[in-house]
Structure formats: structure tokens, C-alpha cells
Design a protein around this ligand. Structure first.
Ligand SMILES: [Zn+2]
Length: 335
């Protein structure tokens, strides 16, 4: 059979190869980490659990890059040193980051930038070109040797096609790949001496680079209080002011990217008990229903807060997460 699901041995070999790239590859910028994370997230959002190849538009990969770097391109103002931004490159700042820095001065959130269609399309196109010329070309090159196991580099112009079995392995190991890439990315930033002045003043680099912003989440809470009539999404009890938290329905530990439809509001007790678990199937149904019914409001009110809102995408991620959870025997939480 061609394109069948990879055997356990083949899957481990894939994971070993990823590790090899991260250990032995040369990194002149952080693009390669962004590329691996992007491919892994797209395999979840666009793919399925089969051994088939998967064609990805370069524009889709570019959007993932923009999402990742938008968060990290915040300028820091220090009295003595002026404005500083993390340097993502060995030499001068990486080109993609420079573009984003410029646009951040005009648009206060990614959501607002996306609404300016002409500027957004131009950015996506430029980033796609850089992605294709740089990390896509060099990712699978180790010490001058070609090591193509994710995609063949010389291929169609608009798309990057994941080789057979790769989509399956990325979906299977995305949590591990995300964590490895984030860790290496953070190490890279730390070791880059031009970042020293910032690092001394940034208490938690990991949080700054990858985790959701507290202020933004508080704004989401205000929207959800209204949508849920100030009742807990899980136990349905009325919530007191200040005694609730925004919950990632699909846990952040499984899929570390914020999307509007993934947020629900839970009282502190349910939120603490659910923690990093998936909620039981009845809540999955409730969540999907909520998203169908309130799609327009979520898109309208949460996207202006700077989050991507794409119901189909969120539901694809959920489908993947629940299949993973069931297959791997994760615990499910019911209130
Ligand atoms: Zn509750």
C-alpha cells in the first residue's frame, strides 16, 4: 500500500529526524523554528490522520509566521537605552520582523491589520517569499548535506507539499515538536548577545514570546461575561465578579495558539479542576453549538481584541485534539 499510516518505527524515526535538525542544523535566524511550528500547526488545521501528502499554500505558512512574530515584535522602551526589540537574527534584525515592526506602529492589533486587506495581502505575499527563499530552502540542510524528509525543496511555486506520512507524524507529535522548537527558539534569543540589554529586564522570556497576554485575556473575559450571561460555561452556576477566568477549551498545552472561538469563561473552581485536560464530550457538543450560534458576535467582538477568529479552524483543531486524547488515553474532565 502506498501512503499508509507510518509504523511505530517510522514514526520514531521521524521524531529523531526532527531532533537532529534542531540539534545539528545551523541557525542564522529564528525562521527555522517558526517554520517547523507553522508546519505542525497547519498539519492539524488543514490535515487529517492519514498517511497522505498534504499541500500547503505558502500564503498560509506566511500567516503563521506573522502570528508568531507579531507577538514578539513589541518594542520595549528603556530610559537609558531607548527602544529595544528582540533580535531574531545573527546580524541585523530579520527582514520579516522589520516589516512587522513597521506595521505595529500603525496597527494596534493583528485583527485590525487583517482588516486592511491591501496592506495585509502585501505583507503575506512578502513574508511568503522570504519563507520560501530562506527557511524552506535551508531547514533540511545539515552541515551542507541535504536531508529531505519533510518536503522536497524543488517543487511547485505556490505550494509546499508535505511528503507522505509527514502530516500524520506532525499531528501525532505536534505537542513535542512545539515544545522542542519553543525551547530552542528561546535559547537562540538568549544566546544572541545583541539581546542582552532586553533580557536583563524581561523577567519571563517564555511568557513574553509565546504565551497569551494578560490584558488581552481580560478584555476577552468582558465579552464572554455578556455572551454567557455571567454563568460558568461548565457548571452553569452564576459567577461572581472577579471569580472567573478565561479558559482555553482546547488546552493551551495541546495547541499553543490563541483563537477567538476557543475561549470560554469558567468560574475559578471549574477552571482549576479542568486545568490542562480536555473536557468531556457533552461539553464538546455545547462548545460547538455555542460557536455556531454566536459565531458572528465572536468574530466581531473578539477579533478586534487582536485574536484570530476562524470557527472552522477551531473546530478542526478540536477534532484533532479529541482524536489524540482518545487514542492516547488522556483523562477527560467532566464537572
Ligand atoms: Zn463552574
Amino acid at each position: 500500500m502506498i501512503n499508509c499510516i507510518p509504523t511505530a518505527k517510522e514514526q520514531l524515526k521521524f521524531l529523531k529526524n526532527i531532533q537532529l535538525i534542531l540539534q545539528s542544523g545551523s541557525f542564522s535566524s529564528t525562521y527555522k523554528f517558526a517554520l517547523l511550528i507553522s508546519l505542525s500547526r497547519l498539519a492539524i488545521e488543514k490535515g487529517e490522520d492519514s498517511g497522505e501528502p498534504l499541500a500547503l499554500e505558502y500564503s498560509g505558512i506566511a500567516e503563521k509566521f506573522i502570528e508568531l512574530y507579531w507577538k514578539q515584535a513589541v518594542p520595549y522602551n528603556f530610559n537609558d537605552e531607548g527602544q529595544l526589540i528582540l533580535n531574531q537574527n545573527n546580524g541585523k534584525q530579520a527582514a520579516i520582523v522589520n516589516r512587522i515592526i513597521e506595521l505595529r506602529q500603525i496597527y494596534s492589533s493583528l485583527g485590525l491589520l487583517r482588516r486592511d486587506v491591501a496592506i495585509w495581502s502585501k505583507l503575506v505575499k512578502d513574508v511568503a517569499r522570504t519563507v520560501k527563499d530562506m527557511p524552506v530552502r535551508y531547514l533540511q540542510n545539515i552541515n551542507g548535506q541535504n536531508f529531505e524528509f519533510i518536503y522536497k525543496h524543488a517543487q511547485a511555486k505556490q505550494q509546499l507539499t508535505l511528503l507522505p506520512q509527514v502530516m500524520f507524524c506532525l499531528r501525532q507529535f505536534s505537542e513535542i515538536i512545539e515544545e522542542l522548537c519553543q525551547k530552542r527558539w528561546i535559547d537562540y534569543i538568549r544566546k544572541n548577545s545583541s539581546n542582552e540589554p532586553i533580557l536583563n529586564k524581561l523577567p519571563n522570556l517564555e511568557q513574553f514570546m509565546f504565551e497569551p497576554n494578560r490584558n488581552q485575556l481580560n478584555a476577552v473575559a468582558n465579552v464572554l461575561v455578556e455572551l454567557q450571561d455571567c454563568k460558568c460555561f461548565y457548571c452553569n452556576k452564576p459567577m461572581r465578579k472577579g471569580n472567573y477566568a478565561v479558559d482555553h477549551f482546547i488546552p493551551w498545552s495541546m495547541y499553543p495558539s490563541d483563537t477567538g472561538h476557543n475561549f470560554v469563561l469558567a468560574d475559578s473552581s471549574c477552571n482549576a479542576k479542568k486545568s490542562n485536560l480536555l473536557a468531556s464530550d457533552e461539553f464538546l457538543h455545547k462548545w460547538r453549538e455555542r460557536n455556531e450560534e454566536q459565531d458572528l458576535i465572536i468574530v466581531d467582538r473578539i477579533s478586534v481584541l487582536g485574536f484570530l477568529t476562524d470557527k472552522e479552524r477551531s473546530h478542526k483543531v478540536a477534532e484533532w485534539a479529541y482524536a489524540q486524547g482518545k487514542e492516547n488515553g488522556y483523562g477527560f474532565w467532566s464537572s
